[in-house]
Structures are given as structure tokens and as C-alpha cells.
Design a protein around this ligand. Structure first.
Ligand code: NAD
Length: 261
């Protein structure tokens, strides 16, 4: 339990990859604040499960990542209730699939703010305490779409590429202060986010569900299988170790070979 006494704040962690990070960090003893939407009783259950795993404190904060004031309030409440975040994981994300000339303006704004701008607001709020402690880990969930593009995902690709630049910039600014900043870049991971984009992709490309899974999602993933949440969570845990203190400003691909092409 090498994270005993440390606090982790993970955005978008009531589901999928974020929940996987929360479980893995709690299993190493960290206090954990999760964030995201969902059924109140189910979220209560996750909080209890995290406290069982860690023997430490867990909390949920429902801040909407499109709202800077709510984000600042979440970071402040984390500090007050379970400690200022030593580990910040910027993970919240949504997707929308449509050709650029038909892409809805409100979806563009939502995707850019939830994925990219929220990472700026959380980081700005959390960094002073990390600097004061001389230790911190900021981990962003990018994507293979931080490095390469796919059609019909203009907002997502733009936000995730932006996150790669954000990662490098912050990493350079805090390089001498015991704080590392890295961008984990998954290929397709089987989570609700992927499942939910299947109907739109079926519509945009005129394909069946099976064709979307095999001929679109996994077509460029050379291993022909989805990345697992546990694989990403294990990498996040490693990034928190002293052995990873020399890794900063990187894009770390866990994409079944996607970006090797
Ligand atoms: P998911 O849909 O399972 O989870 C998304 C989480 O974000 C949920 O907890 C949801 O409540 C939260 N969320 C959504 N909008 C929010 C908002 N406005 N404010 C606060 N929370 C909000 O998705 P996932 O697949 O686990 O994705 C997590 C991250 O991983 C995203 O950034 C996504 O882009 C990235 N990613 C996913 C895949 C994949 O194949 N699943 C691949 C690469 C990158």
C-alpha cells in the first residue's frame, strides 16, 4: 500500500476507465475522490467499495466538468475533506461522431470543455498544493487520438491532441518540483463510452453493429481486441511510483499497436 497518506482526485470516475483508476489507487491505500454522473445509490456503493479497498477515505463530488466554478469547488472540497490532491487524474470525456460540416456547435463546446478546458481548471487549482509538498502526479487520459486522427471525431481529436500539448507544457513548468505530468493514450477500451458511440457510427457510415465493432473500432487496432481497463489502471499506479519519477511530459500508448502504423 505505497499510496497510504496520499490523496487522488479522478475526474469522470463513476464509470469505465476512471472507476478502474479509482479502484487501483484505493487498493494502494490512497484516499480517493471520484467525480462524475450516475445513479446516487450506485455511486454510494462505489464510495463504500473504495473505502473497503483502501482502508482510507473516499468521497464523490458531482462537479460538471463544463463548469469552472464547480471544478474549483470540487478541488477545494477534496482538500478540506480528504486532503489536497497529490495525484490528479484528468479523465472525464465524452464523444460525438458526425462529419465536420454537420457537427453540432454545442457538442463541439461540450467536448472541448469536458476533455481539455476542465484539465486546465483542475490542474490550476491543484498545482499550488503539489508544489508546496514538492510531490505530485498529474495523469491525463488522452487517447490514440492525441497522436493520430480518425474521421468524424473533429472535436474529440482536437481536444485529445490539445491534451498532449497541455501535458508537455505543464510537465516542463514543474519539471524541477517533484511533479510529473503524463498522458496515457489508450486505443479502444470496452467501456460505456465506446458502446454509446456505436449507434451514431452505424448511422454515419451505414453499417451494422458487428461491422462497426470489427471493421471500424478494431479495424486499425492490430491486436484485434479491446484494451482492458485494468491495463490502464496498472500504468497509472506505476506512474505514481518513485521508479516512474523520471517519466514526464510523455504520451504513453496502450493501444494494441494502433499508432505503430
Ligand atoms: P465512460 O463513458 O465509461 O466514463 C466517462 C466518465 O466521465 C463518467 O464517469 C461520466 O459520468 C463522466 N462525465 C461525462 N461528462 C461529464 C461532465 N460533464 N462532468 C463530469 N463528469 C463527466 O468513458 P470511458 O471510456 O471510461 O472514458 C474515460 C476517458 O478515457 C475519456 O476521457 C475518454 O475519452 C478516454 N478514452 C476512452 C477510450 C475507450 O475506448 N473507451 C479510448 C481512449 C480514451
Amino acid at each position: 500500500m505505497f499510496l497510504k497518506g496520499k490523496t487522488a482526485l479522478i475526474t469522470g470516475s463513476t464509470s469505465g476507465i476512471g472507476l478502474g483508476y479509482a479502484r487501483a489507487l484505493a487498493a494502494e491505500g490512497a484516499h480517493v475522490m471520484i467525480n462524475g454522473f450516475g445513479d446516487a445509490d450506485i455511486i454510494k456503493g462505489y464510495v463504500a467499495e473504495l473505502e473497503d479497498l483502501s482502508g482510507a477515505k473516499a468521497r464523490h463530488h458531482g462537479a460538471d466538468m463544463t463548469k469552472p466554478d464547480a471544478i474549483r469547488a470540487m478541488v477545494a472540497e477534496c482538500a478540506e475533506k480528504i486532503g489536497s490532491p497529490d495525484i490528479l487524474i484528468n479523465n472525464a470525456g465524452i464523444q460525438h461522431v458526425a462529419p465536420v460540416d454537420e457537427f453540432p456547435e454545442d457538442k463541439w463546446d461540450a467536448i472541448i470543455s469536458i476533455i481539455l478546458s476542465s484539465s486546465f481548471h483542475t490542474t490550476k487549482a491543484a498545482l499550488p498544493a503539489m508544489k508546496a509538498k514538492g510531490w505530485g502526479r498529474i495523469i491525463n487520459t488522452g487517447s490514440m487520438h492525441s497522436l493520430v486522427a480518425s474521421p468524424y471525431k473533429v472535436a474529440y481529436n482536437s481536444a485529445k491532441h490539445g491534451l498532449a500539448g497541455f501535458t508537455k507544457t505543464v510537465a516542463l513548468e514543474v519539471a524541477t518540483q517533484g511533479i510529473t505530468v503524463n498522458n496515457i493514450c489508450p486505443g479502444y477500451v470496452w467501456t460505456p463510452l465506446v458502446e454509446n458511440q456505436i449507434p451514431d457510427t452505424m448511422k454515419a457510415r451505414g453499417l451494422t453493429r458487428e461491422q462497426v465493432i470489427n471493421d471500424v473500432l478494431l479495424a486499425n487496432q492490430p491486436q484485434k481486441k479491446f484494451v482492458q481497463v485494468d491495463q490502464l489502471a496498472a500504468l497509472a499506479v506505476f506512474l505514481c511510483r518513485d521508479e516512474a519519477s523520471g517519466m514526464t511530459g510523455t504520451n504513453l500508448s496502450v493501444d494494441g499497436g494502433w499508432t505503430a502504423q
